[in-house]
Design a protein around this ligand. Structure first.
Ligand code: UDP
Length: 321
């Protein structure tokens, strides 16, 4: 069976990708420095290498052990922090990723699936966003993702490797079977913050802006279940290995849900009111961001299983029960 290296495999999305691949019978090697990942996310059956993507010799060692494909999810992802400390993001997200590409080329590893982001598009000029939408990131985090897409594109044109760039919209949810229990430390995203409010770990949720041009005034996003994302990684892997061609696709449901709708749905699921208030808009937040993911459907035969936001939120709440 193919040996798949999951870089950043102990993180939130990486752990779900691990589960998907292990369930399908792949040999999985998790490579993670545990700076934000968690050892409890390394699942039974996976091999584990604790090392950083800044460690070129550790990358070389693992790449020379016979790897059929790499899935690269190791990155810093706090948008606000990327604007305050760009060097940290240049080092981890750009230099670290280039180290991976170079180690792959050196060891003739031909396939990489890369975690990209809707952040590469910047402010939407139209919605839903397809892959032809202009690329114009408005934060440094989004730029680092695009920089690696461009490098993979060059390496691919030069015959060194094939890549799948997966542009995630808002990843949410947890594995429905309860196999993955590691929570993110110091979460910055909406749903984990809501769960901290629901469980009393945090006093209240601030909803950033209620005067947007949307039906209830709060921002609309495209929330995609992490297990659906994981499934797309496995399909992308097989596409690369069978077709030997590169691709870039959006991954979202195409459905938009507002912050207020998320809050209301969560209150229904947990059976109590959440403490929240309305705060000023967060800089750089578009009113609406949804995906056109028809290309992923066409090229990968991928479509999300989760299309109901209540079902998605329930999988997160299950972790607290
Ligand atoms: N949001 C919010 N309060 C929070 C965190 C997020 O109102 O404490 C909103 C944010 O403005 C956005 C949505 O929730 O409209 C999703 O934000 P998140 O940071 O999870 O993801 P992003 O869309 O920025 O990638």
């Amino acid at each position: 069976m193919e040996r798949i290296l999951i870089v950043g495999g102990a993180g939130y999305i990486g752990s779900h990708v691990q589960k998907q691949l292990l369930d399908e019978g792949f040999h999985v090697i998790v490579y993670d420095d545990l700076s934000s990942g968690d050892i409890i996310n390394v699942l039974p059956g996976a091999d584990f290498v604790k090392a950083s993507i800044l460690d070129k010799s550790a990358l070389k060692d693992v790449m020379s052990s016979g790897i059929d494909a790499v899935i690269h999810l190791a990155a810093k992802k706090a948008v606000g922090e990327s604007m305050i400390n760009p060097s940290l993001y240049a080092e981890n997200n750009i230099s670290g990723s280039l180290n991976i590409l170079n180690a792959m080329v050196e060891n003739n590893v031909k396939n990489i699936v890369f975690s990209s982001s809707a952040a590469v598009y910047g402010m939407p000029q139209y919605c839903p966003i397809d892959e032809n939408h202009p690329i114009s990131p408005i934060n440094y985090y989004g730029y680092t993702k695009f920089a690696i897409e461009e490098n993979m594109n060059w390496f691919s044109q030069l015959g060194k490797l094939n890549y799948a760039a997966l542009r995630y919209f808002n990843a949410v949810g947890y594995d429905a079977s309860g196999a993955i229990r590691g929570k993110e430390r110091n979460p910055q995203n909406l749903l984990p913050i809501i769960m901290e409010v629901a469980t009393g770990k945090r006093e209240k949720l601030s909803i950033f802006g209620n005067d947007y041009d949307t039906p209830d005034g709060t921002c609309i996003r495209d929330y995609i279940h992490v297990s659906d994302l994981a499934k797309a990684h496995s399909l992308a892997l097989k596409y690369l290995m069978n077709k030997k061609q590169s691709l870039t696709v959006n991954l979202g449901t195409g459905m938009g849900t507002s912050v207020k709708e998320i809050v209301d749905a969560t209150e229904k699921i947990i059976g109590k009111k959440l403490n929240y208030d309305f705060a000023p808009r967060r800089p750089g937040d578009p009113a609406k961001l949804t995906a056109n993911a028809h290309l992923a459907q066409k090229l990968l035969n991928w479509s999300p299983d989760y299309t109901c936001i209540e079902d998605i939120i329930q999988t997160v709440w299950n972790l607290e029960l």
